[in-house]
Design a protein around this ligand. Sequence first.
Ligand code: XMP
Length: 319
Amino acid sequence: WWTPAQIIEDQISRVREQVGDRHVLLGLSGGVDSSVVAALLHKAIGDQLTCVFVDNGLLRKDEGEQVMETFARHMGVKVIRVDAEELFLTKLAGEADPEAKRKIIGNTFIDVFDAEAAKIEGVDFLAQGTIYPDVIESAAAKTGKAHVIKSHHNVGGLPETMKLTLVEPLRELFKDEVRKLGVELGLPYDMVYRHPFPGPGLGVRILGEVKKEYADILREADAIFIEELHKADWYHKTSQAFAVFLPVKSVGVVGDARRYEWVIALRAVETIDFMTARWAHLPYELLETVSNRIINEISGVSRVTYDVSSKPPATIEWE
Ligand code: XMP
């Protein structure tokens, strides 16, 4: 049985052996896996690592800032931040189909990442936060055992000309082991133990067409929900919790006037494996606080609902 410290030492020497004095590129998403790879590689090879962080405009509130704060400013990792919000929103305009949206977001990510990668000279390796369950999943996909594999935004296709060799230091590890490495490497606890966030981000939490106005409202609502979950000590009792933007207008009254405004749905689930899930029985007081804050603090929202559907048949995400 290996301790996190031993795994780190082992991986550091393996990476150094594989990479030598050459350069490695990493797509940093802010998620646990790529974050742990960034911290690990930084420790192993320092400045020979360059990270590219793509802000697609569909991230949670302050997420881009937090990534830059943790890695660039705090740890001294070389991170290139690409602000691609406009590009993603332009590509998504007019598209309401969930799987088509996923494809657009995934493909645009690859385009942006490739374009950035092409600007960096002398890169020989591409690091990825592949963990053991990903290895199993893609093996299952190849043999046709997996029925529906959703299109993830992991780096899929680099330009033929780049011919990069993969560096995947987490390939043999499970999620809980990766988290322990993250803590051992000094990453903030909140980053390491954050709920999972889908690759397409808020893109699949805005039902139908994605618009900047919707994303901005959703980001605020989600931040309020998560903040109150933390305050009430419920964040870590749920496996995943988030807000969803419903592009329908519902009536509200302010003074004597009737206003027709957007609806926010809240979703919180408890699950072990994310294959089945139970809706979290959050205290009414907590839901009340969240609902009041969202309606009072965010203009354009007149109604908040709580999702009481279990998986199956309802999936965790709304799209
Ligand atoms: P569902 O909605 O299928 O979600 O019950 C199960 C888990 O998968 C995440 N999820 C995604 N992750 N790209 C991702 O990287 C996606 O397109 C995607 N769709 C769902 C979801 O957040 C949950 O943790």
